[in-house]
Design a protein around this ligand. Structure first.
Ligand SMILES: [Zn+2]
Length: 124
């Protein structure tokens, strides 16, 4: 892959990373001990004791956030990994079979670790 193209993907990845971190900040707080790990905020009931209905709503919201948070967190890890691969000059290489990942695929998922063939096999 040409340097020019790698730069383009790098920019895209950096943008996605910022966007994800912003979204994560809204639903989770950054864990102080392990950087890069996010914990979903448990809903704040405020001063009053919540009614049963309220509790159910809050717990539901919490579970939903947890699901979203996990998904975002995984994506963020993939993005960081892809940026790391750019630094090492390994960007665009499939981590499974070592072949080149097509530009078309990288355009859609710039943080992908696998080529189309391996991704299908791994169901990723
Ligand atoms: Zn592959």
């Amino acid at each position: 892959m040409q340097q020019k193209e790698i730069e383009k993907f790098k920019q895209k990845l950096e943008e996605n990373k910022k966007e994800l971190e912003k979204m994560l900040k809204e639903i989770a707080k950054k864990e102080d001990i392990t950087p890069g790990e996010w914990k979903t905020k448990f809903p704040d009931f405020g001063e009053h004791t919540p009614s049963l209905d309220e509790s159910v709503d809050e717990v539901e919201e919490y579970s939903q956030n947890l699901v979203i948070e996990n998904r975002l967190d995984f994506k963020l890890l993939d993005i960081k990994r892809a940026l790391e691969k750019i630094k090492r000059g390994r960007y665009g290489t499939c981590e499974k079979c070592g072949s080149e990942i097509s530009i078309e695929r990288l355009n859609i998922i710039p943080e992908t670790k696998y080529c189309t063939k391996c991704a299908l096999k791994l169901n990723k």
